[in-house]
Design a protein. Structure first.
Lengths: 286, 567
């Protein structure tokens, strides 16, 4: 069994002191250890942004690609090797902004990815512009009249897309966040875990205190398989913000629906060049 | 024997069916065939044509004149009537077109009436027309009847019988109503393989072990997607239609990183979207193969037509500096072999590799007595399974003399496999220091380029050994350039062709340069407005051609077009 320390590396995170990402990083390490997943038994895929740096700060297989493009890279990797769990670490700008189209289609496909979105409602890496989840009216150096577009509700969007697993966590509630991460990883299908996380440097509106005063854990009686109820709950924002599993279903995954990889991951399937060429010669005969 | 049949009509009228049936009949009968498709960007209506050239000797281009025109619409009479050769005929159905032609070389054949009376349904009008063409040519109808039988067998005896009747009646009608027809079919020489360029790219990929193909449909590249999807189950390939080209290339990169050979394909506009991903493949040293099937731009351009307008774009695009390799086949056989080269070099050097061609080569069908599949290579360069586990240590980007670090399959061993789009250390972690940056550029770019250059083969030489005139082309112009050289030599000139298929890194200077330097006239022939290959060659070698022949109206070159501009 691996311990959380097996994931430690020497690199020091380039995050600001007090950043919510530290808590998320610690939770990821703890969860991987608790689930008995050794560093080489998991693949972390990320794009660009503060959240996307996370794979740099633990021992694991990783692919740190382009801004917004983590999901297609992760999709390609999963289709080739569905024996290897894939976690996507991304942010609100990376996943909901630049990568919005991929987000929609990953949910449609129900590719078995675990998508952890560090949602701090701001662009951190580019120093403080609005993100798709920034609240209307918030002033920034770019949004000088305040944010004029409506705030995106990723959870509502995900429920509308019939995403297989939709949840929200809070970086300040470690135990619950770890539970949600585990549930997302163990879920068979696309799992969105939106993690509210304060940006101590650029978001002066949604502070740690702001979140802590509002978030609550969804009551145990709540039925996450009720899609209409999930819609309603996903829209809740303001004085009270729900955390927990909002919605889930049992849709089959894309990996399960492709007959070619049903019995064996593609990467494990042998290729016989001579036999293949013989077949092709037949196709190319008169 | 060298005849051209042109079938013209609106999209949706079945002219492609007639064209394909005829080509198949000719190939099965034992003739050489070359086809070209001209179509508009619409599913119904407009005016399209399908050209089938048939000969008893190998042929490699389309001619401007037609010996038989099958007019399925009025526009065909107007547009293709004047293209008839002296002994040529146009056939049409005056009842369907509601138009009668006074021209003695235009023969009215009641396709629809025959189809209804002898076949039992007007939908067989095209079968009648196909039979009629064979009747005029005085060719054996057996191969057509065999094809009809095979094609309609599933639909039952009755459907087969009606179609056979329709074909036969069309055949006999044309024979007895074209007493002046002087077509003399040569004796056929054994059945031929009939295949187009884009299918051969797909087959070349399969022979190379492609396991993942991710793409977004775009004319004229969609054929790669269709051809691979049709064979996905048989050869064990995962084919995924991506939400856009950005996703398509990033999926290919993810698939390759996970351990299989991966490919994507698109046309110019879609490739523009892939450019960022191309650079990612360069930085992360992830092997991928990209089929770039050109069509005329800028922007949406002429979506269904042909051009070689993306060469400099493919050569230079992608932010930052990284190695790549670019191939441009000129025939279906070359498409097959160069796709294999692209995979081999992509995997060996862990770089993006291109197969660049265009609508003309994609859709044109060629015939072969024996399609040459010799020389296909497959080496698995990846570190996987036990071999990976047996490594004492593994660093994804460890410095090596060749610049190539073995690419391992993540999950196969306790060693970690990493990739980073930021500049990175040997273990793939983000760095900022100048020293590591320089060492990585040396590994990733300079060291690899040094040996990659040596892999590149010189252009193909054809024609005279001591030419006065050298025609130079790249990619899909091969067939027409070759015939232009033949024509010049037949007229007593001393002409040769240099056909470039390996475009980057540029072939090292050798015999071909001497040939150019010793010639009086050197002509670069390209389907673009600005002579992109000529500029590429000037940049790489300093050589400047004495003449440039371009075509950029979306139509392919013909021998006539080239010879007229040489005068």
């Amino acid at each position: 069994m691996p311990g959380a320390e097996d994931y430690n590396i020497d690199d020091r995170p380039a995050w600001c002191p007090g950043c919510g990402n530290f808590a998320i990083l610690k939770c990821v390490k703890d969860v991987l250890a608790d689930l008995g997943m050794a560093p080489h038994e998991v693949l972390l895929v990320s794009g660009i942004g503060q959240a996307a740096k996370l794979p740099q700060y633990l021992r694991c297989n990783f692919f740190n690609g382009l801004h917004g493009r983590a999901l297609p890279v992760a999709t390609g990797a999963r289709l080739v090797n569905h024996g290897l769990p894939v976690i996507v670490t991304t942010g609100d700008g990376d996943c909901y902004g630049e990568g919005g189209n991929h987000f929609l289609h990953a949910m449609r496909r129900n590719i078995n990815l675990k998508v952890f979105v560090h949602d701090n409602q701001i662009y951190g890496l580019t120093k403080g512009q609005a993100s798709p989840t920034s609240m209307e009216g918030m002033k920034t150096k770019v949004q000088t009249f305040g944010v004029l577009s409506e705030q995106l509700s990723p959870l509502t969007l995900a429920v509308a897309m019939d995403a297989s697993f939709v949840a929200r966590g809070f970086a300040g509630d470690h135990d619950f966040l770890k539970e949600l991460m585990k549930e997302a990883i163990n879920h068979n299908g696309f799992a969105l875990l939106d993690i509210l996380q304060p940006c101590v440097t650029f978001n002066k509106l949604n502070t740690f205190k702001w979140y802590r005063d509002r978030v609550y854990r969804i009551e145990p009686e709540y039925d996450p398989t009720d899609r209409v109820a999930a819609f309603k709950r996903s829209l809740e924002w303001g004085d009270k913000i729900p955390t927990g599993v909002i919605f889930k279903n049992n849709r089959s995954t894309l990996e399960e629906r492709i007959p070619i990889i049903k019995d064996m991951p593609l990467v494990k399937q042998p290729f016989d060049p001579e036999k293949t060429l013989e077949e092709i010669k037949k196709e190319l005969s008169p | 024997m060298d005849y051209t049949v042109k079938i013209g009509g609106e999209a949706g009228q079945g002219l492609v069916t007639v064209g394909e049936l005829l080509s198949k009949v000719f190939a099965n009968a034992g003739y050489h065939v070359f086809t070209h498709q001209d179509y508009e960007s619409r599913v119904r209506g407009g005016h399209n044509f399908y050209l089938v050239r048939v000969a008893d000797e190998p042929i490699s281009s389309a001619l401007d004149e037609a010996d038989i025109v099958v007019a399925l619409d009025k526009a065909s009479i107007e547009l293709h009537g004047p293209e008839l050769t002296e002994d040529g005929y146009l056939i049409y159905d005056s009842e369907t077109l509601k138009q009668e032609s006074k021209n003695a070389r235009h023969i009215d054949i009641p396709f629809k009436k025959i189809a209804t009376e002898d076949g039992g349904s007007p939908v067989m009008a095209n079968t009648v027309a196909t039979g009629a063409v064979l009747g005029m040519l005085g060719m054996d109808i057996t191969h057509l009847l065999d094809l009809i039988k095979a094609r309609f067998a599933k639909k039952g005896e009755e459907v087969v019988h009606s179609n056979v009747m329709a074909a036969r009646t069309g055949y006999e009608f044309a024979k007895s109503n074209c007493p002046e027809c002087r077509f003399m079919p040569a004796s056929p020489k054994g059945p031929k393989t009939l295949v187009n360029g884009i299918e051969c790219v797909a087959l070349g990929a399969i022979a190379s072990g492609v396991k993942s193909y991710t793409a977004y449909p775009m004319t004229p590249s969609t054929g790669v997607l269709n051809n691979l999807a049709a064979r996905a189950e048989k050869y064990g390939i995962v084919v995924e239609q991506a939400e856009d080209e950005i996703a398509a290339i990033n999926m290919a990169i993810g698939a390759s990183f996970a351990g299989v050979r991966a490919m994507t394909g698109t046309s110019g506009g879609g490739f523009a979207l892939m450019v960022e991903g191309l650079s990612l493949a360069g930085m992360t040293e992830t092997p991928i193969v990209i089929a770039e099937v050109q069509r005329p731009g800028p922007a949406t351009g002429l979506p269904t037509r042909t051009e070689q307008g993306d060469l400099l774009f493919v050569l230079h695009t992608g932010h930052g500096e990284f190695p790549r390799v670019v191939f441009a086949p000129g025939t279906p056989e070359e498409a097959f072999h160069l796709t294999n080269r692209a995979f081999d070099l992509a995997e060996k050097y862990q770089i993006p590799a291109f197969v660049v061609f265009d609508q003309y080569l994609a859709d044109s069908k060629w015939t072969y007595d024996t399609f040459n599949t010799d020389g296909i290579v497959y080496t698995d360069y990846r570190l996987r399974g036990e071999a990976f586990a047996a490594q004492k240590d593994y660093k994804r980007y460890a410095y090596t003399d060749s610049g190539i670090t073995p690419l391992a399959v993540p999950g196969d061993a306790p060693h970690l496999v990493t990739a980073d789009s930021d500049e990175h250390s040997e273990v793939g972690h983000i760095i900022e220091d100048a020293e590591t940056r320089l060492k990585m550029m040396d590994k990733r770019y300079f060291r690899k380029m040094e040996s990659l250059k040596k892999e590149i083969r010189p252009p193909l030489k054809y024609g005279s050994d001591k030419p006065d005139i050298v025609l130079v082309g790249w990619g899909s112009t091969y067939g027409v350039n070759k015939e232009a050289v033949d024509s010049l030599n037949k007229d007593g000139e001393r002409a040769a062709l240099l056909h470039f298929t390996e475009l980057y890194p540029f072939p090292e200077s050798g015999d071909y340069m001497t040939l150019l330097e010793d010639a009086k006239l050197t002509v670069c022939i390209e389907s673009n407005a600005t002579g992109q290959f000529a500029r590429h060659m000037a940049a790489e070698t300093g050589y400047e051609f004495t003449k440039l022949i371009t075509r950029f109206d979306g139509r392919p070159f013909s021998v006539k077009y080239i010879l007229e501009r040489l005068k």
